[in-house]
Design a protein around this ligand. Structure first.
Ligand code: NAI
Ligand SMILES: NCC(=O)COP(=O)(O)O
Length: 335
C-alpha cells in the first residue's frame, strides 16, 4: 500500500484540529488521499467532543496508517500533550506544535510518509518557545540542508484553480524588499517554478508572468529603477534558458480575469503583492505549497483563525485541497 501523507497538528488553540477532524469525516465524499496526524491524540479527541463529532481515533505506526484511514483517524503520537484551549493560545503547547512538525518531517525524510501537510501554527507562539524561523517554508529549507552543503532555496506558491502565485521574497519586512530582489533570486525562483510546473503540475510549457516591484512596473524607470535594472534582465536570462517568462507587468492590472488567461503563474516581488489577489480570489480553496525542496509540503492557505476555533465554523476546504495537491505532487515525484 502507498505511504500515507503526514499531517502536523499545528496550533491546538487554532482551527487546525477542527479542519483535520472535518476533513477526515469528509474523506470518502471528497475523495481524499489517506493521511495520518502526527501529534497529541488527546487534543484531537477533546476537540471532537467539544464539536460533538463522532471521530474514532486510532494510534498507529506510519506503515499502518493508510489501511487504518478508512475506519478511523490515524494518529502517530509525538511530543507532549497539546493543552491550549480553543481560541486561547497560551504558549504551553508550543513544544507540542514544534515536536509534531519535527517528527512529521522525520517521517517524510525517512520515506514513511509520502509528503507533509502542515496545519497552521501561530508564529508568535512558537517564536516565544525558541522556534527561529519566520515560517514553515524557511524551517523546511533548513531541514533539507545537507551537512556542510548550501541551503536549498524554498519557494512559496499559493495555488488554486483560479490563480497560482509565487512571492520571490517571503517573510521579510517590506522595507527590506528592494534590496532583497536581485536578478539571481528571480532567476533561481523562475527556474524552480518552471521545473515544478512541468514536473508536478504537468504543464509542458509553463508561462511565468513577473509583476514589477514599483507602481506601473516603474514606468520605464521614472518611478523606481529596479524593474528595468533587475527584473527585466532576470526575465531575459530565463528566456535565454528557454523558459517562457514575461514582464515586468504592473501588478495592479495583472490579476483581472482576462489578464489571468495569459499566464500560468505570477511571480511577484513580495508577499502581500501576490497573496492578496490569491486569497481574495480563492481563500477557501487555496493551497500553500513549498517548491524547491526534496520533499512534498503543502498546507491550507489560512492561519489559526482563533476567533472561530472550536465553534464548528471553520471551513475545511483549503486543507482538503492541500491534501489532494500533496498527493498529486508525491505521485508525480514518484513517477
Ligand atoms: N501556514 C501557517 O502556519 C500560517 C499561519 N498563520 C498564522 O495564523 C495566525 C492568524 O493569522 P491571520 O492573519 O489572522 O489569518 P487567518 O487565516 O487565521 O484568519 C483570517 C480570517 O479568515 C478567517 N478564516 C481563516 N481560516 C478560515 C477557515 N478555514 N474557515 C473560515 N474562516 C476562516 C478567520 O476567522 C479570520 O477572519 C497568525 O499567528 C499567523 O502567523 C497565518 C497563515 C499561515
Ligand atoms: N502567508 C503564508 C504564510 O505565512 C505561511 O507561511 P509558512 O508557514 O508556510 O512558511
Amino acid at each position: 500500500m502507498t505511504a500515507a501523507l503526514a499531517l502536523s497538528l499545528g496550533e491546538p488553540a487554532g482551527i487546525g484540529p477542527d479542519v483535520v477532524l472535518a476533513a477526515w469525516r469528509a474523506r470518502e465524499a471528497a475523495g481524499l488521499p489517506a493521511f495520518f496526524v502526527v501529534g497529541d491524540p488527546a487534543c484531537l479527541a477533546a476537540r471532537a467532543r467539544l464539536l460533538g463529532l463522532s471521530v474514532p481515533i486510532e494510534i498507529v505506526e506510519p506503515g499502518t496508517a493508510a489501511s487504518a484511514f478508512r475506519e478511523a483517524l490515524p494518529v502517530v503520537p509525538a511530543g507532549p500533550r497539546a493543552t491550549a484551549e480553543p481560541g486561547r493560545p497560551d504558549g504551553t503547547s508550543a513544544r507540542a506544535v514544534v515536536e509534531s512538525l519535527d517528527r512529521a518531517v522525520d517521517l517524510v525524510q525517512a520515506g514513511a510518509a509520502a509528503g507533509l501537510v502542515t496545519a497552521p501554527l501561530a508564529k508568535a507562539v512558537v517564536y516565544e518557545a525558541g522556534f527561529r524561523f519566520p515560517g514553515h517554508t524557511e524551517y523546511l529549507a533548513a531541514r533539507c540542508t545537507p551537512p556542510g552543503g548550501p541551503a536549498p532555496r524554498p519557494v512559496m506558491m499559493i495555488w488554486s484553480q483560479a490563480l497560482a502565485v509565487v512571492p520571490a521574497t517571503i517573510h521579510i519586512p517590506l522595507a527590506q524588499v528592494p534590496a532583497a530582489v536581485t536578478a539571481d533570486l528571480l532567476v533561481e525562483t523562475g527556474r524552480i517554478v518552471a521545473r515544478d510546473m512541468v514536473r508536478r503540475f504537468g504543464l509542458p510549457r509553463p508561462r511565468l508572468a513577473f509583476a514589477g516591484l514599483n507602481p506601473h512596473a516603474g514606468e520605464a524607470g521614472t518611478i523606481g529603477r529596479e524593474d528595468e535594472a533587475v527584473v527585466r534582465p532576470a526575465i531575459e536570462r530565463l528566456r535565454a534558458e528557454g523558459i517562457e517568462a514575461t514582464g515586468p507587468f504592473p501588478a495592479d492590472t495583472l490579476f483581472h480575469a482576462e489578464a489571468r488567461e495569459a499566464y500560468d503563474v505570477v511571480i511577484g516581488m513580495y508577499h502581500d503583492q501576490v497573496l492578496i489577489p490569491a486569497k481574495t480570489l480563492a481563500f477557501h480553496d487555496g493551497v500553500n505549497a513549498t517548491l524547491g525542496l526534496p520533499l512534498v509540503r503543502t498546507s491550507p492557505d489560512h492561519g489559526t483563525a482563533f476567533a472561530i476555533a472550536g465553534t464548528g465554523r471553520a471551513n475545511p476546504s483549503s486543507l482538503m485541497a492541500a491534501l489532494r495537491l500533496a498527493r498529486r505532487f508525491a505521485d508525480a515525484d514518484a513517477a
